[in-house]
Write a protein that binds this ligand. Structure first.
Ligand code: CA
Length: 230
C-alpha cells in the first residue's frame, strides 16, 4: 500500500485510475498540472504521470524530478501517443515504465505494483554528487566515502529525504535523537556544523544544508517549480 501521485488532466481517466488504485488499497493524491504535481511530490511514493498536461508536458516534471530532489521516485508514464519514438524518449528521460492510452486499469495496477516492489529494494538516495545508502547507512560525496557519525548520517538522511521542507531545531531533535534525548537546539547546530565541514560546504552558498533564519534547517532543492520558462 503506497501513496500514489496521479497527474492527469482528463477527468474520466483520472477517476478510473483513482478508483482502481484506491480499490487496491493505495492512497491517491491528484494533480492536473505539472505545477500542482510538483508541490505534492514530497508525499508520493510513486507517480502515475500523463504526458500531455495543460501547463507543461509531463516529461518536464520528470526532468526536474530526476535532476533535482527525486532521482529515484518510481514513475509510470501515460500517453495517448503510441509512437515508438515517444516511448524511447520517455524512458530515456527517466520514466520507469510506460503505458499507452487506452489501457486496462488492471495493467496499470500490475505495472505500478512491480515498480513499487523494485523501489522498495532500492534504498539509495542521490542528490547530485551526494549519495546516501539508507540501508547500509553510508554516505559518499563525489564518489569519496564520507566518514559520518551515526547521528550525522541520520540527521542528513532525515533532511535529504524531505528536501525543501524546513525543520526547526526542536523538530530535528525529536526526529533524529528521539524525545527521550536530553539535548538542546545547540546539539542540532553542532551536528549541522560538523556535517557542513564534512560536506565541504561553502558557508555563504551551501549546496545541501541551508539555514532558514529564525526557523531552522532544510535540505536544499536544486530546482524550484516556479523557475524556468513561463
Ligand atoms: Ca492529458
Amino acid at each position: 500500500m503506497a501513496t500514489v501521485l496521479l497527474v492527469e488532466d482528463e477527468p474520466a481517466v483520472r477517476l478510473g485510475v483513482r478508483l482502481a488504485l484506491e480499490k487496491a488499497g493505495h492512497r491517491v493524491l491528484e494533480a492536473t498540472t505539472v505545477g500542482e504535481a510538483w508541490r505534492l511530490l514530497e508525499e508520493a511514493e510513486a507517480v502515475v504521470l500523463d504526458w500531455m498536461l495543460p501547463d507543461e508536458p509531463g516529461t518536464k516534471l520528470l526532468d526536474r524530478m530526476r535532476q533535482g530532489p527525486f532521482p529515484e521516485l518510481p514513475v509510470l508514464m501515460l500517453t495517448a501517443r503510441a509512437e515508438v519514438r515517444d516511448r524511447v524518449e520517455g524512458l530515456s528521460r527517466g520514466a520507469d515504465d510506460y503505458l499507452v492510452k487506452p489501457f486496462a486499469t488492471e495493467e496499470l495496477l500490475a505495472r505500478l505494483e512491480a515498480l513499487l516492489r523494485r523501489a522498495g529494494k532500492r534504498k539509495v538516495l542521490k542528490h547530485g554528487p551526494l549519495v546516501l545508502d539508507l540501508e547500509r547507512k553510508e554516505a559518499s560525496l563525489e564518489g569519496q566515502p564520507l566518514p559520518l557519525t551515526r547521528r550525522e548520517f541520520e540527521l542528513l538522511a532525515f533532511l535529504a529525504q524531505r528536501p525543501g521542507r524546513v525543520y526547526s531545531r526542536e523538530e530535528l531533535l525529536e526526529a533524529v535523537w528521539g524525545h527521550d534525548y536530553l539535548g538542546t537546539p545547540r546539539t542540532v547546530d553542532q551536528h549541522v556544523l560538523q556535517l557542513r565541514e564534512k560536506l565541504l560546504e561553502d558557508s555563504k552558498a551551501p549546496r545541501f544544508l541551508e539555514t532558514v533564519r529564525g526557523m531552522g534547517y532544510r535540505f536544499k532543492t536544486p530546482t524550484r517549480p516556479t523557475e524556468g520558462e513561463g
